[in-house]
Design a protein around this ligand. Sequence first.
Ligand code: TXA
Ligand code: MG
Length: 335
Amino acid sequence: MSPHEPGPRATSGRLTANLDEAAEVLRRGGLVAFPTETVYGLGARARDPRAVAKIFAAKGRPADHPLIVHLARASEVVSWAVAVPDAAHQLAEAFWPGPLTLILRRAPGVPDGVTGGQETIGLRIPRHPVARALLEKVGDGVAAPSANRFGRVSPTHAEHVSSELGDRVELILEGGSCEVGLESTIVDCSGTTPVILRPGAITQEMLEGVLGAPIRAGGTSEVRAPGLLASHYAPRASVSLLTGAEIAARAEELVASGARVGVLASEIPEGLPSEVERFELSRDLEGVARELYARLREVDRRGVDVLLVVPPAEVGVGRAIVDRLRRAAAPRLQG
Ligand code: TXA
Ligand code: MG
């Protein structure tokens, strides 16, 4: 089956809290969505190529895009990666279990389906207790992208998964709402110096504090990491990033043209037309990260055509928030 065809149907997507059942489904090659502290993942046993192929089919994701392999403990890294540099050891020591993915040189025998045929592999030890317990029970690596359709907003509640992928996954393991709310920080440690490929809750400042040296951000090709494609993490509504001072005038124009307009901001600007839907975010950056994706889904549910966003300051986790908002606002590749 090509990854672009609709995925297998007629699966139940049943919500469960039963870890044994979920581990059993994974061990026999099925798909299980499970909570992590960042976002919900769509899991399959990483060493089973047929199981991994189901992930691509369910998401509608191109097959050359690599997946992150989730592990229960650091002692498993050696069966997935080779030549682990000191920097990676330091980062793993400091931030695992947690919202950090390390890109390393892959070990021989790691299936191509997981790495998208590349010589590197993404590894993460999540800290969510349900994810950890599940990984312990499976006893092997679980490949998991975010449990959303390709290009869309990542799920931060079990209900997000059931509404978007419920007919394409056997089980959805319940774990409440995700504490971080944005995807993991990805650091490429496969080259001579570490590079941040995707900002997240483990911030540049935190990474530099552990490494004792500046770390470069960005600098990879689009094919290597779809999270780095221009348009990604996007709601159906079109998204524009503006300053608080620009919003009222823009909202008025759009309302006059007949559009259904929403405003997403930590401080909703004064003077908006009464027709505008208001989506207020927390004042603190961690709160914004935690609730952002749920708010974007709410924007779509309310039928907003154009969402005007006042982005937060680009410090700490603010860099990751603004990164996702820019991608949500980028020109869409497809309609
Ligand atoms: O927080 C997260 O990272 C979540 C949870 C479920 O762990 N997962 C997640 O997976 O966001 P996904 O597939 O939606 O995004 C992972 C990103 C993709 O952009 C992928 O291309 C990149 O990681 N990636 C994975 N392996 C890579 C590799 N070997 N080289 C470069 N990028 C890689
Ligand atoms: Mg994703």
